[in-house]
Write a protein that binds this ligand. Sequence first.
Ligand code: M6R
Length: 612
Amino acid sequence: MCGIIAYIGNKEAYPILIKGLQRLEYRGYDSAGIALMNGSLNIYKKRGKVQELVDFAKHQNISGSSGIGHTRWATHGKPDDINAHPHCSSDGRLTLVHNGIIENYSPIKHALEKKGHTFKSQTDTEVLVHLIEEVQKQDNLPIEEAVRVALSKVVGAYAIVVIDKNDPDKLVAARKGSPLVVGIGDDEFFLASDGTPIVEYTKKVVYLEDEHIATMHRNGKYEIRTIDNEVHTPFVDELNMEIERMEKGGYDYFMLKEIYEQPTTIQDAMRGRINAEEGWVRLGGMDDHVDIVKDAQRFIILGCGTSWHAGLIAEYLFEDLARIPVEVEYASEFRYRNPVITDKDVVIAISQSGETADTYAALELAKKNGALLYGIVNVVGSSIARLTDAGSYIHCGPEIGVASTKAFTAQVTLLTLMALQIGHERGTISDEYFKKLLIELENIPEKVKKVLDSNDKIKYIAAEIKDSPNAMYLGRGYNFPIALEGALKLKEISYIHAEGYPAAEMKHGPIALIDENMPVIVIATNKSLNDKIVSNIQEVKARKGVVLAIVTEGDNEISRIADYTIEIPDTEEPFTPLLSVIPLQLLSYYIAVMRGCNVDQPRNLAKSVTVE
Ligand code: M6R
């Protein structure tokens, strides 16, 4: 949440900052702002998208070879020009951008007000820059030292970059709980919330660690110190990203591009990890821990939103194939309970961004209690990837649309591989069934392509139901989490109220909502529970509900009773979620587009939720 970009070197900073903000816009789009150092400090900030800032800056002085930029997801204070970052100290000497939340900003603000500070905005960020100013003035400290001392008084999460007008050949950055990457060029530095704005300039990066403060000098030198003032020798990593994967590539929206990438991304998640012909599955991340994992007394799976839905599917997979008890928890609830965790538990964290604050905090709690932490993460080098003891990247490339699509199917693919490997090693699936599943899993990318061929039909159905104010999604077994995911996709991008339910639960309450205006989307591809699903559909039809059924190819019985059907190819039951979710992603996409919504940047949301 919130995106930060900064530059210091010999190039013009403005184009780097703007392009960087556009790349980071998925992290928040309530306002955008920049500060450019050019003898004097010029600050421009505008409510709304980065484009508003660009239009405004056209008529301003945009020269300068260092600067900072920010795209905001509002926490403290409404989205407007005043609350937009950067924020300044009272005398205008310091300027700062911030991602995170300063939890004790209120007492600090009162103390500063008593010393004569006045505040223009409602943000916690402005309090932080005034605090640094106060500390700096008291002891006439260099900026990096003032930042360090001030941060030791702060409770909360932050990634910050600060400019001191009186020390213009330096940028000072720090992080705790919110990500910040330092890109190292030739006598120049880039700072950003993730690698996407940096990769076209340099691949050499340092992932700043919690409570570390970095000082970048225009002459190409840099230094990192801990908050306790110890010098830290950084590890220089290599960014592994392709620029094309961050472009829309001819699609109207990133979300559509990402939906269509799924045959490839599912393949990428499996690459080098499965060989059906030779009959093996192997996740490199488990190599050093395989005994602990396969002998775990319990798996605890943590995630939020769509990643939590992937976890629910994993519960079916692990219990079915590996016979290990599983609990799937919302990270945000888990972290504030007093959960029973032991060193015999394996905790699996699922996160696309690897930065979700609740998931991170829940993992810290599990770590303290001695559980092995295993990460299923997309963003390489992210905080969760670094906190976990072991893990597997899902390798689906940057996911930019706020609604998660390709990350979800890649997560489910990875969890499927994990369940197969563990099940095989534990001997809970027969060799014959194991081989059969491997062969079928390798066919899934081709089958996803076939589902994508239903695009026109899905578009037609979307037009038919786009004006409904509500929708209900029903599924059983492996497809119950898909009902939840379908409902989440629809509500987050089209603003239609949607609920997902286990199909059999409908009669315990939600059935009261059904009438001729209620579209009911039934995911009816489970062979084992088909008769039961048919009965549920009959119950909906008897109350005049409009049924869209996702069915297995050739299922004429359901096709006869449903108002609309979309077919998916036949597959083994544990793999149906990988196919049945695709039409639901497309359905939400088309409904949202037809309702005039900004699919990639839905209101109030951000891609990477780094605050509680
Ligand atoms: O980056 P994470 O996977 O940890 O993010 C979790 C959720 O914030 C995320 O899945 C969210 O629910 C998506 N907008 C859903 O499309």
